[in-house]
Design a protein around this ligand. Structure first.
Ligand code: ZN
Length: 165
């Protein structure tokens, strides 16, 4: 296993050519993106974003958890982002995944988790994205942000905006 060694080596070259020390912590496009950790999703490239343009939050399933809300409130109220985009995607690993079976298997194998762990699996991609959009829209500290939901197609690279999302 040497993926981390490879990353550290690649960084030496990156840092040698680094020219972006001028960037502000406030995202230039005033945009926050919540998306999945899926390795096929190159968020910056798919959305035409440059370094410094947006706050990008990733987790399994693009789920608006309490911790994502914490980050979005900070992004919106402190870092000045005005628009929030939820980017789900086709073929998501959490789509029709059996989280209870995984939890039971891990508990048998390793014992209980120190705190309850929900995998936030879902059966319908668009319904899941809409649910995440609603969680943001209903948070009183995020009411002034514009929120939209889209689905990324991993086979075509296309973004499809949700109706009313
Ligand atoms: Zn996913």
């Amino acid at each position: 296993m040497n993926a981390i060694d490879d990353a550290l080596n690649a960084n030496r070259e990156f840092a040698r050519r680094f020219t972006q020390s001028y960037l502000s912590r406030r995202p230039a496009r005033q945009l926050a993106v919540v998306t999945c950790l899926d390795a096929r999703l190159h968020v910056e490239e798919a959305l035409g974003l440059a370094n410094g343009d947006a706050n990008i939050l990733r987790n399994a399933g693009a789920i608006v958890t309490d911790d994502v809300l914490r980050s979005l409130v900070f992004s919106h109220q402190v870092l000045g982002t005005r628009e929030i985009m939820i980017v789900g995607h086709t073929e998501c690993g959490l789509l029709r995944f059996d989280g209870q079976e995984l939890g039971a298997r891990l508990e048998r194998q390793f014992g209980p988790a120190p705190s309850p762990l929900a995998f936030h699996v879902f059966d319908d991609l668009e319904a899941n994205i809409s649910r995440q959009v609603q969680k943001i829209k209903s948070h009183p500290w995020l009411k002034s942000a514009l929120v939209r939901g889209v689905a990324y197609d991993v086979k075509t690279g296309m973004l499809n905006e949700l109706k009313g999302g």
